[in-house]
Write a protein that binds this ligand. Structure first.
Ligand code: ACO
Length: 321
């Protein structure tokens, strides 16, 4: 038994911000950003929340699957940029879309969050607890980004992507691997966002996203090929059997490095980072939805979904579409 993806959806804020526009805010250039990252633009919220974007993506995923919100049994929201400590984003999305019968909760594993949530849905189905799930990755990172830091502000964007999954007897998720390494937490973090402690009259400083770009870069290029190979091994497959590698859209050069280490042609690594930048947990489902709606996914195709991010966390899942 496994789960398969029956529908996908995604949502972006209205406002698109080009590299050119960022040159008015920090000392950078369109050429530098394109050459070092592959990013050309990103979308930034002008009021859209994690729940707004997540709900839009979920509705489109349900419509694409031909399902109604009332049928959803489990709703998992992956995010590292919630607006509220409570209620969780998944419950806010549940209320917005009317998935009254679903159990809803959030999960935070940064850019690997969507994958970890998808694998959690698999575990619930495998255990016989639920038969379907709506899994969404949604982020409004623009409120965590230091827009004066040219090393990080050029990378990130806001958005959401969702999938509707259902129990299946064959195909679907064939194997997956997940890793976490808390000892490397400082490489990418956003501290001081906890609630003020009114009892002790403590008001912590609000931190912005801090990143050791080179360390993240080398972590991804070293760790992801091994993680993908491990997951392929679990599915009884090799890199040459894979039709498409859908990787977290962090940086074009990271994807080139991973493709090289896997000895796989870069043409099998679709990208949308030139348009949307790094959207953390939304990145993989946004890419998946784009391909699905372009008619580029065909039944029986082997897909690798793989992500990495703060924690540090990383994972890979092998899917038969
Ligand atoms: N514009 C112009 N110059 C810049 C910019 C910029 N936006 N940012 C940095 N520079 C300068 C630096 O100051 C440095 O100048 P110096 O040599 O005079 O000191 C020079 O460019 C080189 O800087 P590096 O940091 O070495 O540049 P690098 O080639 O490593 O690229 C980058 C930086 C793009 C951040 C890269 O390290 C990277 O992509 N790392 C991975 C980051 C990432 O993907 N993070 C998120 C993944 S996890 C998640 O998604 C949450």
């Amino acid at each position: 038994m496994s789960i398969r993806i029956l529908g996908t959806g995604s949502a972006l804020p209205k406002r698109r911000v080009t590299n050119e526009e960022l040159t008015g805010m920090v000392d950078t250039s369109d050429q530098w950003i394109r050459e070092r990252t592959g990013i050309g633009s990103r979308y930034v919220s002008t009021g859209e929340t994690v729940a707004d974007l997540g709900a839009r993506a979920c509705c489109l995923a349900l419509e694409n699957a031909g399902k109604s919100a009332g049928e959803v049994e489990l709703l998992l929201a992956a995010t590292c940029s919630p607006e509220d400590a409570a209620p969780c984003e998944a419950c806010q999305i549940q209320a917005k879309i009317g998935a009254a019968g679903a159990v809803a909760f959030d999960l935070n594993a940064a850019c690997a969050g969507f994958l970890f949530a998808l694998h959690t849905a698999w575990a619930y189905v495998e255990a016989g607890i639920y038969t379907n799930a709506l899994v969404v990755g949604s982020e409004v990172l623009s409120k965590l980004v230091d827009w004066d830091d040219r090393g990080s502000c050029i990378l990130f964007g806001d958005g959401a992507g969702a999938v509707y999954v259902e129990k299946c007897q064959e195909g679907g998720l064939m194997g997956f691997v997940q890793h976490s390494d808390g000892s490397q937490g400082e490489a990418l973090c956003c501290r001081g966002r906890q609630l003020d402690n009114a009892f002790f009259r403590q008001t912590p400083e609000r931190g912005y996203l801090q990143m050791d770009g080179r360390r993240i870069f080398s972590f991804a290029v070293r760790q992801i090929p091994t993680t993908i190979s491990e997951a392929l091994g679990k599915a009884g497959l090799e890199a040459e059997d894979v039709d498409l590698f859908l990787l977290h859209q962090a940086n074009r050069r990271i994807l080139e490095g991973i493709a090289g280490r896997l000895d796989a042609d870069l043409g099998r690594f679709p990208m949308n980072l030139d348009q949307v930048g790094n959207t953390s947990s939304a990145s993989i489902p946004l890419l998946l939805d784009g391909l699905n709606r372009q008619g580029r996914l065909h039944r029986g195709m082997i897909l690798v979904l793989s992500g990495f991010g703060a924690g540090l966390t990383c994972g890979a899942g092998i899917w038969k579409w």
